[in-house]
Design a protein around this ligand. Structure first.
Ligand code: ATR
Length: 477
């Protein structure tokens, strides 16, 4: 019989799974490894077996038997049907109290369903969001764990050890019950969409309004990376813009087809935002901007019909060039505050809806390292929630409020300039509208209510007295 000596097991040894298993072994844990096709298990042991203590098994039975009880087994397979298939194969081999962890990019509703089904069999199911791509998986990702407190007692020590560490704090935490971890991972990816779109719009403005070339813009981003905007994505933007295509000798960014692809977590975030009624406009615009870029036929048709430039030349519109660079930076920062305010609003609303007690400050804490959106900015968000745990919107906390006050004129100027010169800025523009929408004294929503009452007798409330009212419009008879 197989000796149960592994601390934890991992099945699914494609890129992410293999790297996560190596990370676990490198951190001194004995890890049982398994893959449907045994060749991947053998390859892992051949190539990296000396990095730590692996226990490889060909059969699922031997794999399960090689893990200490209560067993913790991480599944790293393609999200969807494969996850259900592996769970079904595993279940008959498990004992009460064992823990099944889905480390894939599952939809949080699937995680809620699986958690419920496994709880009936006294097996703990954990939906674990892992961010940071293949490098993160190997060197230290950001890990968002959902599921029971009890499951986290077993899983926590491993997960916190293999995660990225910032100032001695692991970028991993127990987010909340059932789907909470995958929900937060989803919103994280949505924020990543918004962040990237804002960077892309900044580049477009610097290139097409100011006329800077990619190498010059790379230097602007490098400079920005030494200030408040310091982040992995800004740093990487400088790298990508400075990169020259070896084959053509042209700037790399000019030889890449301008059609952005997506795997679906942005879409999930937007769909969920609509269901929960949270205005995550920055994430939505970022997701739609990717879709628009792929509509090649419509772009071709519109380009041939409306190619002529707007009457206003960039030179008339911008004034001082260095000042405009700084205005774009301020607009980027202000829009980024909005994107994160919306993302955290979504996490708070999801937590209320599904009865997860999520600590928002902890989410900022575990995103400071390991993941794609890691940034100096997240430390500020952590501090904001530490100062004001009941903060209704990030926009009003001292540091961010100051940044919005400081940046608002530049933000307006940049969005206006973009409109006048024909550069699309869906994320900058919608973020500014969100800000203006929240700060306005009166919104035209009163007119919407009037229209609804007129055509559909949907009733309205008044500003001057309590109650629900309906007006007898001329058309009512
Ligand atoms: P990547 O894109 O990183 O290569 P993926 O496609 O998300 O990975 O996941 C592939 C992994 O899921 C593989 O380990 C695969 O096993 P095989 O190597 O045997 O193909 C695993 N996988 C997919 N469907 C599975 C299923 N129904 N049962 C078990 N494992 C499955």
């Amino acid at each position: 019989t197989t000796e149960a000596r592994a601390t934890i097991g991992l099945t699914g040894l494609a890129t992410m799974g293999r790297n996560l298993a190596r990370n676990i072994a490198r951190n001194g844990f004995t890890v049982a490894v398994h893959n449907r096709t045994a060749a991947k298990t053998t390859a892992l042991l051949d190539e990296f077996g000396d990095e730590g203590d692996f226990v490889g098994s060909e059969s699922l039975e031997d794999f399960v038997a090689s893990i200490q009880r209560p067993r913790a087994i991480i599944i790293m397979v393609k999200a969807g049907d494969a996850t259900d298939a592996v769970i079904d194969d595993l279940l008959p081999l498990l004992d009460e109290g064992d823990i099944v962890v889905d480390g894939g990019n599952a939809h949080y509703e699937d995680t809620r369903r699986r958690e419920k089904a496994l709880a009936e069999k006294d097996v703990h199911f954990v939906g674990m969001g892992v961010s940071g791509g293949e490098v993160g998986a190997l060197e230290g990702p950001s890990i968002m764990v959902g599921g029971s407190e009890h499951a986290y007692e077993t899983l926590g020590p491993v997960v916190e050890k293999i995660a990225a560490q910032v100032d001695g704090t692991p970028c991993a935490t127990h987010v909340g019950p059932d789907g909470a971890g995958h929900f937060v991972k989803m919103v994280h990816n949505g924020i990543e969409y918004a962040d990237m779109q804002l960077i892309a719009e900044s580049y477009d403005l610097l290139r097409n309004v100011l006329g800077l070339d990619p190498a010059e813009i790379a230097r602007v981003f490098e400079d920005w990376n030494s200030g408040d905007l310091e982040s992995f994505l800004i740093e990487m933007t400088a790298d990508v813009l400075a990169h020259v295509d070896a084959e053509s000798g042209k700037p790399f960014v000019d030889v890449v087809a301008d059609e952005a692809e997506q795997k679906g977590t942005g879409r999930w975030t937007v769909q969920t935002g609509l269901e929960l009624g949270v205005p995550i406009t920055g994430i939505a615009e970022a997701t739609f901007a990717r879709s628009l870029s792929g509509h090649v036929d419509q772009r071709e048709a519109a380009r041939s019909m409306f190619a002529e430039d707007p009457e206003e030349t960039p030179a008339d519109a911008i004034g001082d060039r260095d000042a405009f660079v700084e205005q774009v930076r301020l607009a980027l920062y202000a829009s980024k505050i909005v994107a994160y305010a919306q993302g955290f609003d979504m996490i708070r609303t999801g937590a209320e809806q599904f009865d997860w007690d999520i600590d928002l400050g902890s989410m900022a804490t575990i995103w400071r390292g390991g993941c794609i959106i890691r940034a100096r900015f997240l430390d500020r968000i952590r501090e904001a929630f530490a100062d004001e745990p009941d903060l209704t919107t990030l926009m009003t906390n001292g540091f961010f409020a100051d940044a919005l006050h400081e940046g608002v004129d530049a933000w307006r100027h940049v969005v206006a300039t973009a409109a006048r010169t024909g550069v699309p800025v869906p994320a900058f523009g919608s973020s500014l509208s969100y800000f203006d929408g929240l700060r306005r004294d009166r919104l035209p929503a009163s007119l919407i209510q009037g229209l609804r009452d007129n055509f559909g007798a949907h009733t309205y409330r008044r500003t001057d007295k309590d109650g629900v009212f309906h007006t007898l419009w001329a058309g009512d008879r």
